[in-house]
Ligand binder design. Structure first.
Ligand SMILES: [Zn+2]
Length: 217
């Protein structure tokens, strides 16, 4: 998916074996970009940034599952951009070898993040800022990024179209993810567009009404 909203370039495309949605948000006037969840296919991501003439400012990772963070260090080495990840996912980051075994791929090289994506932190571009919403449950360090000016939420694996993130992996907690979604995500306006970590885009309004996991208990 590629579109231009309010002068910003927004491109989301699946990368890697598990088709993690990687998002590039760029400001062509300032020649700056951020990349969210560079799980794999780093040369493709880097090529796109070069084609668009964008300098990478930040690498934002919604959580430390291998399919979302696997390419982050490679992308940092190519661009010099810092990696941001919530500190509560550091235990998962240290389990990269085990995570690689789960899906049968070589272990990607990783490094500790340069900064923690703590709740309330403002990240992104000067022209399009995002607020970090800490939404634990899929993992303890899962975050969503809310770009208020773009009416956009990048949700990682917390919320999907018609579903929610799995909670059976280490650090997962079903009650917590339901609480995170109700208290943080459903508090956003209905028209907020949602880009999940896998699969098609949706909106908060759509999920409020249709998502079978979010019916009031
Ligand atoms: Zn995940």
């Amino acid at each position: 998916m590629a579109l231009t909203i309010m002068g910003m370039i927004l491109e989301t495309f699946p990368v890697g074996l598990l088709a993690c949605n990687c998002t590039v948000l760029g400001d062509q006037q300032a020649h700056e970009a951020i990349v969210i969840d560079p799980g794999d296919e780093v040369s493709r991501i880097h090529r796109r940034l070069t084609q668009l003439g964008l300098n990478l400012k930040q690498i934002l990772v919604t959580h430390a599952h291998i399919d979302h963070i696997g390419g982050a260090l490679k992308l940092k080495r190519l661009t010099g951009a810092p990696i941001l990840l919530n500190e509560n996912d550091l235990p998962l980051l240290k389990m990269m070898e085990e995570q690689a075994e789960w899906i049968g791929v070589p272990t990607p090289e990783t490094a500790p993040p340069d900064e923690s994506l703590t709740d309330g932190l403002i990240v992104g571009l000067d022209s399009s800022k995002a607020k970090v919403l800490h939404t634990p449950g899929h993992t303890q360090g899962s975050v969503c990024l809310h770009f208020q000016s773009l009416k956009l939420l990048v949700a990682g694996d917390t919320l999907f179209a018609g579903s929610i993130g799995r909670t059976d992996l280490p650090g997962g907690n079903f009650d917590q993810i339901i609480d995170s979604i109700h208290s943080r995500l459903l508090a956003l306006p209905d028209e907020t567009k949602v880009l999940p970590g896998h699969g098609p885009a949706t909106t908060i309004g759509e999920e409020r009404v249709r998502n079978p996991f979010l019916r009031t208990m």
